[in-house]
Ligand binder design. Sequence first.
Ligand code: GLA
Length: 771
Amino acid sequence: MDIVFHKSGNVFHIMNRGFSYIFTVLKNGQLGQLYFGAPLADRDGFEHMLVAAHRDMAPCPFEGDGDFSMEDIKQEYPVNGNGDLRNVACVVETPDGARNADFRYVSHRILPGKPTLNGLPATYVERDGEAETLEITLRDDLLDLRMILSYTTYRDLPVLTRNVRFVNDSIAADDGSTTGGTDAADADGTVTLRRALSASLDLPDAHWSMMQFTGAWARERRPQTFRLHTGVQEIYSLRGHSSHQFNPFLILKRPNTNESAGEAIGAALVYSGNFLGSVEVDNYHVTRLMMGIHPEGFAWTLRPGETFQTPEMVVAYTRDGLNALSQSFHTLFRTRLARGYWRDRPRPILINSWESTYMRFDEAKLLSIAGKAHELGIDLFVLDDGWFGHRDDATSSLGDWTADRRKLPDGVEGLARKINDLGMMFGLWFEPEMVSRDSDLYRAHPDWMIRVPGREPLQGRNQYELDLSKSEVVDYLFDSMSAILASGRVSYVKWDMNRSITDVFSQGRPAAFQGELLHRQILGVYALYERLTSALPKVLFESCASGGARFDPGMLYYAPQGWISDDTDAAERVKIQFGTSYAYPVSSMGSHVSAVPNHQLMRVTPLKTRADVAYFGTFGYELDVNRMTDGEQEQMRRQIAFMKSHRELIDTGDFFRLISPFDESEVGLQPGAEAAWMVVSADRRHALVGYYRMIMPVNEGYRTLRLAGLDPAETYTVRDTEFPLPASRFTYGGDELMARGFDISDTGFGPFTTDMYQGDYLTRLFEVDAV
Ligand code: GLA
């Protein structure tokens, strides 16, 4: 890892074993992008990579030089007003209405390690030697505005993180007003950021396919791949949270790149609010990738002396296919984005009350489920929605975080004590950001609701959004939640969020504030998370938003695991976990075995199938154990023991996607008929393979399953965990398992064929161990 500045040509070279990133100071003082890709040996003289040409109608800063125009020069951080007529990363507006800025290079510094981002989640280092940071200061002298572009590269990961800071250097107005909330035009030197994206990257050609991860409730993060076309292709959220619809993550890959080979760039935004991921191909075949806070509705007033910090964008590069790209994100997110006590600890196996009781329960019912669950080896009982205020359905009580004594006569603490006495941990559901109109909180503080005065606000699930841009709201939530959690008996919090934000207006605040509200709302969520996780460092937080509507890198900083979908059907979960795995580590994916018929789809799948899917996640149950037969309970006991003994491999191993549930993977099989993935230990001596055959083909031909990530020189045994057939007497070369694979036909012949696997929704789990 190294960051080098070549003074002769004003060239910066950021490099590590995985990539090189090169850019230069242009003759107009702005920054031009030269190269991002496979590592290049450092040397003087990369300046020739700057290409510019005379283009008709291009706006040019220098008379007599028609070749130099920001219109077609590849840039580091394009700004409005300099002749770049594509979408830019930043738009600055002055009180007179002008929208021109001209930031020029002033200085730079290279520091060991990585500074934190004030108020925002971000990747971090534990030791300075792990990473190096380049900070480049540019300045617009007319506006007295400084822009600091920050780049960090990690020693051991092919990732580059970027963010931008704007500092208003003007002298404060006479009234000394330097705080948020007054009219932009009032104070001298005040500017408005109308667009302030986190980073921009101009690539020299358009020969890419884009992968986006898209969906809706219960079908989150389905990969979609398409060739780039001239113009803009976007992923975004305008919902106030990162959303079910698009995840703040995308991949640009060469069209022939697959899981095991080829070039790809991944980009993720460490943010949980409105976002934009934009890929624009211009008419000279330049591809511009940008990510950041969505500019729609955003307007940030930056007064003299104030600083604005963008969220962080993470970019990863590979030449070795999508599995390698994903593994870089997995390692970064698992070890240098997630934080805290639970980051590296085996997560408790939990049972959640939602699908077993919904809001209809009493203490005896909960204790009977917990008691049985404990007998089977489950570590943590989680009480979901319905325990507070007088909440029997979704029409009331959000905001009133005190126990409903009708259901819990001894309060949360009493129930928690009884659960603890069983030898189990206790966890609790909250939905902090919301308020019901039928609540004491709303009656006391109607002005805490986000709504436009004089208009009837839209409801979502009969609930409304609290205004977390107000510090008194964050204080109230912190106090009421910590009062419940302070007993020390609550070890886990499920933090839910079940509606999108509309009626975007902060009551009592001036006009200039309203364009800041949605970002300040997310800053309020982060501040509350930060206070709670600092005050209660051993409590495990799991994020949730109607399943996966806010499963994003920002949340991982506070909650090392998240409920990735409300869909608990095994067949659908394979798809959701598969899509999620492009960016997120297995250790972050909340995954439960639920009852059949499944509550979302009414589909019936075997208990083994449900567990074989859920193992590749945090693992837990969401069903009434008392309704399970003795045989099923025995099976659960074995599943729990299996998860506990394989947890470390699953959480920390390298994850490989093998067969996509979205492809027409094999001749003769329907799309989505099967899927497979595996995890391999760091020393490559152990692996666990999940094979999911959803639709059984008839009289099928021979089938082999090829593995990945093994040591080609090693010898392995392969064992079906359910039917350890005599086949375990065979051994296989690692090279053979990866080049040829092993037989999984249903023909009744061969070491792993068995007529036990007849029917739909059948799965197989193989343990692969070095001899
Ligand atoms: C959301 C969550 C569910 C459950 C319910 C409770 O839908 O995603 O897991 O907690 O709310 O109301």
